[in-house]
Design a protein around this ligand. Structure first.
Ligand SMILES: [Zn+2]
Length: 218
């Protein structure tokens, strides 16, 4: 089940503290509505009653999709409780076939769920992002200045004229821009990972992000 609690959160603009509902864990089978709220990011946004500033809540949350067998653990502090992690991984190992991931921000949690819901492999998606950013940099594309690994996110899969694309989004000069990447790049990445299983990190809860991909591609 989903476990909730309350916390006092300070407003980023006026500093006033407001009591907000926080989710310690989310089970998407029992609360399917919460999944959409994560996919669109609204779950973690709260409005200050004093100045109406929209704030992003920052707390630890374990996302669990029992149907797709996915757990994504959001720990903003990056300080993962080892004993709890071990207990969860033992439990999911017994059930088999689970994908366990660690993320440190809400944007990364949203992206993982979009990737897994699209039926994609997040390691291959990270490789696509890396390759795409490198290609833009090598072509001296001006947009590449504003693209860093952390702000370049998978958005969805699209089909145009019978061709499949991955759509990535990134902020540039205060606007969200999108970039299409051919699905063949994803398929190539998947092949590379399949031929190089040693690049897959150890440990049940994996941190699959730009830092990981930069460390394995040289
Ligand atoms: Zn406020």
């Amino acid at each position: 089940m989903s476990i909730t609690a309350e916390a006092l959160a300070p407003c980023s603009k006026c500093g006033e503290k407001t009591r907000i509902k926080i989710y310690r864990s989310i089970n998407t089978s029992e609360d399917p509505g919460l999944k959409e709220k994560i996919r669109n990011g609204s779950l973690f946004v709260w409005e200050c009653p004093h100045c109406h500033q929209a704030n992003l809540a920052r707390y630890e949350c374990l996302y669990h999709d029992p149907v797709s067998r996915i757990m994504v653990w959001l720990v903003p502090s990056g300080d993962f409780p080892e004993s709890q992690m071990e207990a969860i991984s033992n439990h999911t190992r017994a059930m088999g076939g689970y994908r366990l991931r660690l993320v440190s921000d809400v944007g990364a949690l949203m992206e993982k769920i979009l990737i897994f819901d699209a039926g994609l492999d997040d390691m291959a998606v990270e490789m696509c992002k890396y390759v795409t950013i490198m290609e833009m940099l090598s072509k001296g594309n001006h947009a590449s200045d504003s693209i860093s690994g952390t702000s370049f996110h998978f958005h969805r899969i699209e089909e145009k004229d019978g061709m499949k694309y991955m759509v990535f989004i990134y902020p540039s000069s205060g606007r969200m821009m999108s970039l299409d990447v051919g699905f063949n790049v994803y398929e190539d990445s998947l092949g590379i990972i399949g031929r190089n299983p040693d690049i897959i990190p150890d440990g049940p809860f994996m941190k699959i992000d730009q830092e990981w991909i930069s460390s394995v591609i040289r």
